[in-house]
Write a protein that binds this ligand. Sequence first.
Ligand code: SAH
Length: 289
Amino acid sequence: MDPGSPLRSARDDGAEVAKVEEKAKAGTGSLTVVGLGPGEAHWLTPAAQAVLDAASDLVGYGPYLDRIAAREGQTKHASDNRVEIDRAGHALRLAAEGKTVAVVSGGDPGVFAMAAAVFEALEAGDPAWRSLPITVEPGITAMLASAAKAGAPLGGDFCAISLSDNLKPWEVVTARLEAVLAADFVICLYNPISKARPWQLREALELAARHRSAQTPVIFARAVGRADEGLRILTLAEAVAAAASADMATLVTIGASSTRLIARGEERPWVYTPRSVTKSPSATSQGRT
Ligand code: SAH
């Protein structure tokens, strides 16, 4: 890894390592769930970097751990994406043994990610774990990174829904979508599609098209903050047709009725949602129109 990158792991002066070893001997372990941000090194907060530097053990999904260059004395515990609760239990056990554990998530660890898994494992696990010092260190979540690139689509009220039906029935997803579509929220869709879930995004967008104009702006933001980043501004009608072109690294934002574009010639238009709302959702028109 580029030694100049903020994702480098640690001052190698040995002082941190000694501190970690001392803590481990004293049985004073700790666990921090830390957000790595969407991908770009300069979007990792200094506080998150400090947690990575100080950790004796790094726990997480393999590709996230790959983004961190472990320093000498640090142990990486990589696991599959689907075993979040096991991974969280493993991290709590390590902390109980006296390790300084960092559990890593992409984006923010509290948004559809490891922080909830850690608390779920804590709730169900060894009561002694409850006295462990646990910290959640925030990161920039995908919807904020995507919104910043597009302009200001989240200027009005918005919500986030995961389209993954691994952890909840699809009927719950559609009921929630119906509710927020009726209430005229801007809607951010996480986990829009995967090989195992190929049709959900199209169905969600078709549902949106029954409530909102075909011209409603929709943002497909892919791998924001990474080398292969791609941002597409579509109409809702185009988005329905393009649903299959999204992938697991895409965050989809569906505009509210007041979300609009500012054309910039050849440049990609800005997308924004005005902050002021003058009409009720039942009038299906928001903002200054
Ligand atoms: N904790 C993460 C979200 C985990 S759910 C966060 O706060 O961002 C995984 C989903 O997040 C992906 O399917 C995708 O919808 C979204 N996502 C994560 N990183 C992204 C990125 N760099 N660009 C666009 N979407 C991203």
